[in-house]
Design a protein around this ligand. Structure first.
Ligand code: ZN
Length: 588
């Protein structure tokens, strides 16, 4: 076993067994039942009752915690509708759509065929391909969820309203802005400027027929959008050896309707982990922060973004990893096939899930979604959605892709009720979270493998190199990557073989590991400077170099080629400079 495998495979078997044995379904299941009676709209009195249940419980156990009340930009949808040829269709408007204050916006209907997306991640990030159809001044009818990328494309094309045809009988709630968290001066211009609604599949088919006959339609919306205080609850269990170093475990409390699978089960998981880790607090090397956010559903991750903003420097210095908890413990969720983990955390995640459940996970690159508000800071991250239904089970139920609830299509609808939660799956998933967090808290050397990240970069770069052909030279990036590889091999070979989290040599080594993340994660997940927030649309790997894929299509177009080469040159400079700094940090 190599030294880096020893580091990522570290565990304290005896303590882990005790901690996992202490995880119980009793308290969390009661909380899920209590939450299943509360509609938790961001900043609402019912949501506050849910927060009160948590703070009462934490107080009773003696777990230190603080309730923050930041002022954030929040949008709560009200009634909306679609009318066409004398028929009124049921509709829902997503958060952050323009409100027409209930009056009709009328225009010619135009249908643009669009995919609904195959995986949970497509739900968050895809755009619309108009295929030459002119939509300016018209109401666009298209398939899918009213996702930010699609709504942005409609706005850019000059549509006056959007009607999204959801794939099933239910209409899914959502949020349609690309602005991540509370808008700043740069982001504010991206606030949606058109009314948007979603309708169900049968109504959508009727509207497509009307559009094909040249009919006009009307859309009306009502939303309460503005600044309101929202609760953010953070518990902190101090570690004994390196208390300034911490793991951030977090999930959203606000949601849509009764939100049992998304995300009462996640809130219950966080509460149970607070109980269990508090009970074992004398055995924790580092500190554990557990955060319950509001503003996720109605403020595009406003709570976690506020935390990233206000704790930015502390997070950059001391956070070992951020661990997100959304939709664990759902019905029929027997796989970990849509589990997300950054490359350096994959060995840890893989070992934990196999060890605690016997299931082989299939970790994927985290999408630009789910309270990952820390990418531009460069925090190592694992988990977002948890266990999920298998492809076969989804097909057997004729389920389409959704963005939570373990693949159950009750996601973001009135049907996300108690039958979506599963006691056995929840207990299993809570144990997964407990084991992963315990190892991250207690491993003397952070269980991160940066050679995996370098290998991911190499394969990403190879893809872009092949796409570019002879049109662009990625040699400088490959040379810088070779330099980082060499430095990392020596870095891990010299990793401290003994000592605890408080040992000076171990602390120095871990500070370098965290610093590697501050270099290597932003360049792979963000186009923004540190501490700023990328829009809520898909970010491809090594995003500055992703336009390489467009080079072959630009052949013969001098202006396009010129701009692409300038973009790639700047992007490669950023990457090379980052890789060199990472190499130097690792001692190479
Ligand atoms: Zn969720």
């Amino acid at each position: 076993m190599s030294r880096v495998e020893e580091i990522t495979g570290w565990s304290d078997g005896a303590l882990e067994r005790r901690v996992l044995d202490a995880v119980s379904i009793k308290v969390p299941w009661r909380l899920v039942e209590q939450f299943s009676k509360l509609v938790r709209l961001s900043g609402s009195p019912e949501e506050r009752r849910a927060f009160d249940l948590l703070t009462k419980q934490l107080t009773a156990w003696g777990v230190p915690h603080r309730l923050h009340e930041p002022l954030c930009f929040i949008s709560i949808p009200g009634p909306s509708g679609v009318r066409c040829n004398g028929t009124a269709y049921r509709a829902k408007t997503p958060a952050m759509s323009v409100s027409t204050n209930g009056t009709d916006v009328s225009g010619e209907l135009v249908y643009v065929r669009s995919g609904s997306g195959h995986s949970a991640f497509d739900v968050f990030s895809t755009g619309v391909d108009f295929g030459g159809t002119r939509v300016a001044g018209k109401i666009v009818l298209t398939e899918g969820m009213a996702s930010p990328g699609k709504v942005r494309d409609l706005m850019d094309a000059g549509a006056i309203a959007g009607i999204f045809i959801n794939p099933g009988q239910n209409i899914h709630e959502g949020i349609c802005t690309t602005i991540w968290g509370t808008p700043d001066l740069d982001a504010a211009v991206r606030q949606p400027t058109i009314p948007v609604v979603a309708v169900n599949h049968p109504d959508g088919q009727a509207l497509i027929r009307a559009a094909e006959q040249g009919s006009r339609g009307a859309v009306s919306t009502q939303l309460d959008t503005g600044w309101r205080t929202i609760p953010v609850l953070v518990a902190e269990i101090p570690g004994r050896q390196a208390p300034e170093e911490f793991v951030l475990l977090h999930g959203h409390l606000d949601g849509w309707h009764f939100g049992v699978g998304d995300n009462a089960t996640g809130n219950a998981t966080l509460l149970e982990l607070a109980r269990v880790f508090w009970r074992h607090r004398r055995r924790l090397a580092r500190s554990l922060r557990i955060a319950w956010w509001s503003g996720h559903s109605h403020g595009r991750y406003a709570g976690s973004t506020w935390y990233a903003d206000t704790q930015g420097i502390d997070l950059a210095r001391h956070c070992v990893a951020q661990v997100n908890c959304d939709s664990p413990g759902c019905r029929w969720a027997t796989t970990y096939n849509h589990l997300t983990a950054m490359s350096e955390t994959v060995p840890l995640v893989d070992a934990v899930i196999r060890g605690t459940t016997g299931i082989a996970p299939e970790p994927e690159r985290p999408p630009r979604a789910g309270d990952y508000s820390f990418n531009s800071i460069g925090l190592s991250s694992y988990f977002m959605l948890s266990s999920t239904m298998s492809e076969e089970d989804r097909a057997a139920h004729h389920y389409y892709a959704v963005g939570g609830c373990g693949g159950n299509i009750a996601w973001h609808t009135e049907d996300d009720l108690m039958d979506i939660a599963d006691r056995d799956n929840l207990l299993r998933d809570m144990r997964v979270y407990a084991a992963a967090v315990l190892r991250t808290l207690n491993a003397p050397v952070h269980p991160l493998d940066w050679t995996r990240t370098a290998a991911e970069f190499r394969s990403t770069l190879e893809g872009y190199r092949q796409a570019a052909g002879s049109e662009f030279d990625f040699g400088p990036a490959q040379a810088a990557l070779n330099g980082l590889d060499t430095a990392l091999a020596e870095f891990y070979a010299k990793a401290p073989a003994r000592g605890s989290a408080r040992t000076a040599a171990v602390k120095r080594f871990n500070a370098v590991q965290r610093r590697l993340g501050r270099f290597l994660i932003p360049v792979n997940y963000s186009r923004m400077p540190a501490f700023w927030h990328d829009p809520a649309v898909n970010v491809p790997p090594l995003p500055d170099l992703a336009p390489a894929s467009a080079l072959s299509r630009a052949a013969g177009h001098a202006d396009q080629l010129g701009m692409l080469r300038a973009h790639l040159t700047r992007g490669q400079n950023r990457l090379v400079w980052t890789l060199q700094q990472a190499r130097e940090a690792a001692g190479g």
